[in-house]
Design a protein around this ligand. Structure first.
Ligand SMILES: O=C(O)CCC(=O)C(=O)O
Length: 372
């Protein structure tokens, strides 16, 4: 089937009005969206302001709720987060501005094969099946001092002076997400009983990824998916969705919606944190559906460790009754695996471990560098 599909290029601004969609965007029966919106998932709202105030009751509530959610499915909301609502709004406006540009303009940031940063569109030049109905722009953020303008610089270098202001907004937005992630790491450190600073320190100097997702309307939303089912291979995802709705999570063998809340960030555990917690905290399958009337946007910040950090659980999380599940690895190895060899699903870590084991000792050593 795959080999019969011709390469194609569509203009999403035209395709969104077509009542027939190309077969590359039709998902198999068992993966199609639910005919009716599924019930909402009960995701606990975590009061970050309360936690940071040092109030013992607020700390105990936040850590208890996070612990329950992460043992079961790894999704929770952060409210009272202290991030300037104007910054969030500006980031959404800039996202509209960028994706509203003609294709040749957006393609100035075109993602190169094998790279994970840049502009990617399922609507252009792909031989494939089960394509997501979306366009994305991804870029690197680093918390290392000498890379303190890496986002701003990216927009300037790739898109030019007209995007300098949006680049500054994205830089600020990523810095805010970095702060938020490190605060969440304190909650996770307490809830896993390894101390507030353990994971915060592990992620200092992180080398993370920001992705802007844009889902045009689709006249056949019952056949297509905006983002196919996947687990995030990264460590922690902080997502802000607009008010359209479409994010769904697979819990207890069914899909559930995550109702939009502009005041909240949706947070989920990724595979790398699952490994850091020795499998105690779970990431779970999620996807995004599309609709026939309204474009949808989401801003996703993916926290990733510094490239040379060894992903290994702290000794408090390993015992005779709870032995190591995953071997030591580095984030670049898992990134390569999910970019080149494997579409992320519920079994990514298991498959990654098998892949690592199959490689020669020599090349494994390349991935298992020793931390400074
Ligand atoms: O747009 C969404 O709600 C989900 C996005 C997502 O899962 C992703 O970018 O990996």
């Amino acid at each position: 089937m795959l080999s019969q599909l011709k390469p194609f290029s569509f203009d999403a601004s035209i395709l969104q009005h077509h009542s027939h969609i190309p077969p590359q965007f039709m998902w198999p029966e068992e993966e199609k969206p639910c005919p009716e919106p599924p019930p909402s998932l009960d995701v606990p709202p975590i009061d970050l302001g309360g936690f940071l105030s040092g109030d013992p009751e607020a700390i105990s509530n936040a850590t208890r709720l996070v612990d329950q959610a992460c043992r079961k499915h790894g999704f929770f909301l952060i409210v009272n987060h202290g991030i300037d609502m104007n910054l969030i709004e500006e980031a959404h406006k800039g996202t509209n501005f960028y994706f509203g540009m003609p294709l040749e303009e957006k393609e100035r940031a075109l993602r190169k094969p094998g790279d994970h940063c840049g502009y990617a569109s399922s609507f252009t030049n792909r031989f494939s099946s089960k394509l997501p109905w979306k366009e994305t722009l991804s870029f690197r953020y680093s918390n290392e001092g000498h890379l303190s303008s890496v986002v701003e610089q990216y927009f300037w270098d790739v898109m030019g002076a007209n995007y300098a202001s949006f680049g500054r907004i994205c830089q600020k937005y990523c810095e805010a997400m970095n702060t938020l992630c490190l605060n969440v790491m304190e909650i996770l450190g307490i809830s896993l009983r390894v101390g507030a600073t353990y994971f915060r320190e592990f992620f200092e100097g992180n080398d993370s990824i920001m992705r802007l997702n844009y889902y045009p309307p689709c006249r056949k939303p019952d056949l297509a998916l905006g983002t196919g089912p996947h687990c995030d291979p990264t460590s922690l995802t902080i997502l802000h969705q607009d008010d359209v709705g479409g994010l769904e999570v697979y819990v207890d063998e069914k899909w559930h919606s995550i109702t939009p809340n502009p005041q909240a960030f949706v947070v989920n555990i990724g595979d790398t944190f699952m490994a850091l917690s020795n499998g105690i905290y779970k990431g779970c399958l999620h996807r995004a559906v599309v609709n026939s009337a309204t474009p949808r946007k989401s801003l996703a910040f993916f926290l990733c460790p510094r490239m040379d950090k060894i992903v290994r659980p702290p000794k408090q999380l390993v015992s005779e009754g709870n032995p190591r599940i995953y071997p030591d690895f580095t984030w670049p190895a898992l990134l390569e695996f999910t970019q080149k060899h494997y579409r992320s699903d519920m079994k990514t870590l298991e498959s990654f471990v098998n892949w690592l084991q199959q490689r020669s000792t020599k090349s494994s050593e390349h991935y298992l560098q020793v931390e400074e």
